[in-house]
Design a protein around this ligand. Structure first.
Ligand SMILES: Cc1cc2nc3c(=O)[nH]c(=O)nc-3n(C[C@H](O)[C@H](O)[C@H](O)COP(=O)(O)OP(=O)(O)OC[C@H]3O[C@@H](n4cnc5c(N)ncnc54)[C@H](O)[C@@H]3O)c2cc1C
Length: 409
């Protein structure tokens, strides 16, 4: 293997490049990235950067010297447009192409848009640094009327930050409760309670008909019942889709993500995927109907970028690749709440609050079919991580209850 190409210059791509070197690969590495910035961290984009407390420099994932020491050829501001696995070539949107011996695909995800979403000043999505700096300008003086469409984690983080800047904030969610996908209905309501306590107008079960404007600027959001919610800024936070459209003609299997085997291989020798764009069977959940998953969390992108690169190096040496198995983990900061979740929500889980109270700090177990599936903590960090090992060995519900009793004794 003489030339490895990594597509996607964010967290998973960076970790892949670092791991190639750590594993002793000394050949050429080209890092292709649609963005022009050196790799930066996205979680602060809805938190400290958006609040104006951190500048762009602070969220670089590596110091310039450390990044330079990887000896990469950088192709930033360039987008991959096609892949020919039979010829081992990657086409780029500047008309050039790259030949590779090994490839790691880490193109992440892009925000979904509303049907018919108008291109008006003040209508924004949040994925990139420039999105965050743009939104920051809109909310900086605290006078804007902000409407957030979608009560998922990013939407609610933006709502909290804008409210803390002094803006009036309305969140519109079509589902009957907030954070359903991430936490399920009951705990979604409990976690989002902090918004009501801080003056955010959170409305669930609301249909959005259209985002309206005066031809230039946004003026408000028209609801299904024809009422208008006036707005100076509308943040569209309706989830993300894996950035795989450039692979449509590649022959790779795509199903809400690039379909991988347990080792993150995409079904072609020498080609691996990692991060928000990858779908793989996670052995940690074998035996359950949702073992094949795509995860949109920071920790997963970092771990998978490393695992994909390691397996690429191992197979190039004729060694066996290692399945990537992991218990997902994520966090979210909203007002003074630090939300942490380890595991995976199934839907219809048994939820048992074992510490604190749901109107403030608390912790809860999630179980399904007699097995522990997840643990949620709100401002209770010590109550979450001890369960990761139990989840990893597929512990039963009774063992989880015993651990909860031990932690709260
Ligand atoms: C505002 C925000 C807040 C977040 N907060 C949290 C949090 O609190 N906790 C948590 O666990 N997770 C959080 N996340 C999620 C976390 O940041 C992501 O899971 C992580 O960034 C995924 O990394 P990735 O490298 O897989 O993909 P991405 O970060 O999406 O990077 C993919 C890169 O590939 C590039 N690319 C795409 N297509 C192409 C192409 N065709 N050619 C070349 N380059 C391409 C993109 O431009 C991008 O730079 C947050 C995300 C956002 C946006």
């Amino acid at each position: 293997m003489e030339h490895v190409v990594v597509v996607g210059s964010s967290l998973a791509g960076l970790r892949a490049c670092e791991t190639l070197r750590q594993e002793g690969y000394e050949g050429a590495v080209t890092l292709v990235g649609a963005e022009t910035e050196v790799p930066y961290d996205r979680p602060p984009l809805s938190k400290k950067v958006l609040a104006g407390e951190w500048d762009a420099e602070r969220i670089r994932l590596r110091k310039p010297d450390d990044f330079a020491s990887l000896g990469l050829t950088l192709r930033f501001g360039v987008r991959a447009t096609g892949l020919r696995t039979d010829e081992r070539t990657l086409a780029l949107n500047d008309g050039t192409s790259l030949q590779y011996d090994g490839l790691v695909i880490a193109t992440g995800a892009s925000p979904r848009r509303l049907p018919g979403q108008p291109a008006l000043d003040g209508v924004v999505e949040l994925r990139t640094l420039s999105d965050s700096l743009d939104l920051r300008d809109h909310i900086a003086d605290g006078t804007a009327r902000v409407v957030v469409i979608g009560a998922g984690f990013i939407g609610l983080e933006v709502a909290a930050t804008a409210r803390q800047k002094g803006c009036s904030v309305t969140v519109l969610e079509g589902a009957p409760s907030p954070l359903i996908r991430g936490l399920g209905s009951e705990m979604g309501i409990a976690v989002a309670g902090v918004h009501g306590r801080n003056g955010v107008d959170l409305r669930c079960g609301v249909g959005v008909k259209a985002v309206e404007g005066d031809g230039t600027r946004v003026t408000g959001v028209r609801l299904a019942d024809e009422s208008l919610v006036p707005a100076d800024v509308v943040v569209v936070g309706v989830g993300v889709a894996p950035a795989t459209e450039w692979l449509d003609d590649s022959g790779l299997a795509l199903r809400d993500g690039i379909v991988c085997d347990p080792t993150l291989n995409v079904g072609v020798p020498g080609v691996y995927a990692a991060g928000d764009c990858a779908r793989w069977p996670n052995g940690m959940f074998f035996g359950h109907d949702d073992a094949e998953m795509r995860v949109e969390h920071w920790t997963n992108a970092a771990e998978q970028g490393a695992a994909a690169a390691r397996n690429l190096v191992l197979t190039s040496r004729g060694e066996e690749p290692v399945p990537y198995e992991s218990v997902p983990f994520f966090w979210s900061d909203q007002f003074d709440s630090r939300v942490q979740f380890v595991g995976r929500v199934h839907g219809g889980d048994d939820v048992h609050v074992f510490a604190g109270s749901t109107d403030g700090a608390f912790a809860a177990l999630y179980g399904w079919e007699g097995r522990l599936r997840g643990v949620l903590g709100v401002s209770m960090p010590k109550m979450v991580m001890p369960f990761r090992a139990l989840l990893a060995r597929k512990a039963g519900w009774d063992e989880a209850l015993a651990k909860a009793a031990e932690l709260t004794a």
